[in-house]
Design a protein around this ligand. Structure first.
Ligand code: AGP
Length: 611
C-alpha cells in the first residue's frame, strides 16, 4: 500500500529517490517524504500530497543535499493517521539518530506505543510506523542490523522497512514480512525498493527478500540474515524489464495505454502455450504431471477485486469445459473461514501484483492444509507466485494504472488456457480442444475490434457522465463481466455503480431504477440473451435509460435500447473479454469527461499489501 525506495552509492541521490517514488506512486500517493545522511546529520523532508509536492519542497535544498551519501524515501497510502505532513514517512526517534520508512500494518502498535510513551518517548505522529524508529533507538548499541532485528521481533503484523542512521553514511538496513522488498544490485551502488518498477532504470540484477529476511546493504556489500541473525543466501535474479514499458508513451493516462495494450498483452500470455499437436495448453509453470492433473477433483479460486472477477469467469470454464467442481472465494474470507481443503484440491490464487495481503494469506492457508497451490500473476518474482511455487505468469508487462485492465483480460485468457489443459486431461476431445485453441487465438483480434470503435464508446460515455447511480447487469459468464464493469466505473469516476446478475434485479434492486439511473445490460448474442432482453424491458418500464452491449448488428437489441456498444461476434467462452474491454473504455471516457484523476483515484492504491 506504500512505496519505499533507498539508495546508497556515489551518485547524487535526491533525483534517484524522487524518480523512484514516482514509479512507486501507484502504490500510494497521499503524502511523501525522504531522509538522507548528509555530513553526519539526518536531513528529512516530508509533504502532504504527491511526490511532485515533495520535489517542490526539495527544490531550494538540492545544492545542500548534493553531498548526501545514503537516503530512503516513501510515498504513502494512509492506514493509521490521516494524510498529512506529520504522518508522512520517514519517522525519526527523539534524538534524530535514525530514520525509518515502513510499508505494512503493525497490529500491536497501540501496546508498543503505550509502552514507549511510558518509557518517555515523545511521538510526532499518529502512525503505527513511528514506533519502529523509537524501538530501533532503544535497541541500538552500535549494530544497526541487530537493533532493527530486535525491534522487529516486537512487531505483530506486516512490514517492509528501510532504516538509516546519521552515523552510518553508506548503510541501509532493510527487512520484510508480508510487504515486499527487492534489493537492486548495482555497480558501486545498492538500491532497495518495494518493487522492481523503481529499480529497473538502475540495474537488471535484483534480490527478492523473503519474509523475516533482514539485510544490511552498502554500495559494495549485501549481507542478508534471518531476524535471528543467521546468514541466509538469496539468489540474484535477472530483471527482464523494459523500463519504457512503465512510461505513458503518448497516452493521456497509463490506464488508457494499458487498455490499448491488451491485444499485445494477451498475445504475450498465449505465446508458446498452445500445443497444436495434442490440442492442449502447455503450462509448464503449473509443474503438474498428467497424473497429478487428473487427481485434482476440486478447484478453489482465491482472489480480490478485478482478479476475483476474472476468477468468476474461470469458474464457468472449469465447470463447463472441464467438469471440475469450482468455487471462487474472496481471499480474505477464504483465509479466515477454516475452509475444507483436501489433498486433491487445487487452490488457484489470482493476483496481478502478486502482493495482495489477503490473497497471499489464502495461498498460505491452502499450503497449510495440504492443497496443491498455484498462482496466476503478472509480476515475476512477486511473493504470491514465489510462495505458491507453481503457476502461470501473464507476461502482460507492468500495469501502472490503479484500475486493473490488461490484467483482467490476460487472467481470463490464462484461465481459459488452464481449462483447456485440464479439459484435455479429461473428457475434452482432440477436436473440441482444437476448436477452443482457435477461439483463444482469436482473442487479441476481438479486443482490437473493440478498440477500433473506441470513439463510438466515448460518445456514448459522455452522455452518461453526470449519472449519480448506475447498474451493470449480465448473465452467465457475463455476470462477472458486469461486476467488473461496475468496479471500473466506480473506482475511476466515483459514480456509484453496482454489478448485478440480471435475474437478481427484480429481487429488490429494481426499486432504485428511474430515469436518472442508467443500466448497462450485457446483451451479447450468447446463451441467455433472450432472458436479458426481458430484463431490459423491466428496466425500460421503470424509465431507466439502457445502454446494451450487443453482438454486431443485432437489431433485437438495438431496437430496444437507448445506446448500443457493439461487441464482435465470438463464442460464449471468450465473450467476457471483448465485453469488459468495452466497459473499460466506457468507464475511462466517463471518468475523463468528469475530470477525474484516472491513474491514481482517490483512496485507492495499486497493491493492497495490508489487510
Ligand atoms: C482493480 O481495478 C482494483 N484496483 C483492485 O480491485 C485489484 O484488482 C485488487 O486489489 C486485486 O489486486 P491484485 O490483482 O494485484 O491481487
Amino acid at each position: 500500500m506504500c512505496g519505499i525506495i533507498g539508495y546508497t552509492g556515489n551518485r547524487e541521490l535526491i533525483n534517484i529517490l524522487t524518480d523512484g517514488l514516482k514509479r512507486l506512486e501507484y502504490r500510494g500517493y497521499d503524502s511523501a517524504g525522504l531522509a538522507v545522511v548528509n555530513n553526519q546529520q539526518l536531513q528529512v523532508f516530508k509533504t502532504k500530497g504527491k511526490v511532485k509536492a515533495l520535489e517542490e519542497r526539495l527544490h531550494d535544498h538540492l545544492q545542500l543535499l548534493s553531498t548526501a551519501s545514503v537516503g530512503i524515501a516513501h510515498t504513502r497510502w494512509a492506514t493509521h493517521g490521516e494524510p498529512n505532513e506529520a504522518n508522512a514517512h520517514p519517522h525519526l526517534d527523539n534524538a534524530g539518530h535514525f530514520a525509518v520508512v515502513h510499508n505494512g500494518i503493525i497490529d500491536n502498535f497501540a501496546e508498543l506505543r503505550n509502552r514507549l510513551l511510558d518509557q518517555g518517548c515523545r511521538f510526532a505522529s499518529e502512525t503505527d510506523s513511528e514506533v519502529l524508529a523509537h524501538l530501533v533507538a532503544q535497541y541500538y548499541d552500535g549494530n544497526l542490523l541487530e537493533a532493527v532485528a530486535s525491534a522487529l521481533k516486537q512487531v505483530k503484523g506486516t512490514f517492509g522497512i528501510a532504516v538509516i542512521a546519521r552515523d552510518l553514511p553508506q548503510t541501509i538496513v532493510t527487512a520484510r514480512r508480508g510487504s515486499p522488498i527487492v534489493i537492486g544490485v548495482g555497480a558501486g551502488e545498492t538500491l532497495i525498493a518495494s518493487d522492481v518498477t523503481a529499480l529497473a532504470a538502475h540495474t537488471d540484477r535484483v534480490i527478492y527478500l523473503n519474509d523475516d529476511d533482514i539485510a544490511l546493504v552498502t554500495p559494495e556489500t549485501i549481507d542478508i540474515r534471518s531476524l535471528e541473525n543467521v546468514p541466509v543466501s538469496r539468489e540474484i535474479a535477472a530483471l527482464d524489464w523494459d523500463i519504457s514499458a512503465a512510461e505513458k508513451n503518448g497516452y493521456d493516462h497509463f490506464m488508457l495505454k494499458e487498455i490499448f495494450e491488451q491485444p499485445q498483452a494477451v498475445s504475450n500470455t498465449i505465446r508458446g502455450r498452445l500445443d497444436f499437436r495434442t490440442a492442449t495448453a502447455a503450462l509448464s509453470g503449473l509443474n503438474l504431471t498428467p497424473r497429478e492433473l487428473a487427481m485434482i477433483n476440486r478447484i478453489v479460486i482465491a482472489a480480490c477485486g478485478t482478479s476475483m472477477h476474472a476468477g468468476m469467469v474461470g469458474e464457468y470454464y472449469f465447470e463447463d469445459i472441464v467438469g471440475i467442481s469450482t468455487e471462487v472465494e474472496q481471499a480474505a474470507e477464504f483465509r479466515y473461514r477454516n475452509p475444507i481443503i483436501e489433498p486433491h484440491t487445487l487452490v488457484l490464487a489470482i493476483s496481478q501484483s502478486g502482493e495482495t495481503a489477503d490473497t497471499l494469506a489464502a495461498v498460505r492457508e491452502g499450503l497449510n492444509k495440504g492443497a496443491v497451490v498455484a498462482a496466476i500473476c503478472n509480476v515475476v518474482g512477486a511473493t504470491i507466485p514465489r510462495e505458491s511455487n507453481r503457476g502461470i505468469y501473464l507476461h502482460a508487462g507492468p500495469e501502472i494504472g490503479v484500475a486493473s485492465t490488461k490484467a483482467f483480460t490476460c487472467q481470463v485468457t490464462a484461465l481459459l488456457l488452464t481449462a483447456l489443459l485440464f479439459g484435455r486431461n479429461r473428457r475434452l476431445s482432440q477436436t473440441a480442444g482444437l476448436e477452443l485453441i482457435e477461439e483463444i487465438q482469436q482473442i487479441p483480434t476481438l479486443i482490437q475490434q473493440v478498440l477500433d470503435h473506441a470513439d463510438k464508446i466515448e460518445i456514448i460515455a459522455k452522455k452518461y457522465a453526470d449519472a449519480k447511480d448506475c447498474f451493470f447487469i449480465g448473465r452467465g459468464n457475463l455476470y462477472p463481466a458486469a461486476l467488473e464493469g461496475a468496479l471500473k466505473l466506480k473506482e475511476i469516476s466515483y459514480i456509484h455503480a453496482e454489478g448485478y446478475h440480471a435475474a437478481e434485479l427484480k429481487h429488490g434492486p429494481i426499486a432504485l431504477l428511474d430515469k436518472g439511473v442508467p443500466v448497462i445490460a450485457l446483451a451479447n448474442d450468447v446463451p441467455g440473451k433472450e432472458k436479458i432482453l426481458s430484463n431490459i424491458q423491466e428496466c425500460l418500464a421503470r424509465k431507466s435509460p439502457v445502454i446494451a452491449t450487443a453482438t454486431n448488428n443485432d437489431t433485437s437489441v438495438s431496437h430496444l435500447v437507448h445506446d448500443v456498444i457493439t461487441i464482435p461476434s465470438c463464442s460464449a467462452f471468450v465473450a467476457p473479454i471483448p465485453t469488459v474491454v468495452a466497459l473499460q473504455l466506457f468507464s475511462y471516457y466517463v471518468a475523463k469527461e468528469r475530470g477525474c484523476e484516472i491513474d491514481q483515484p482517490r483512496n485507492l492504491a495499486k497493491s493492497v499489501t495490508v489487510e
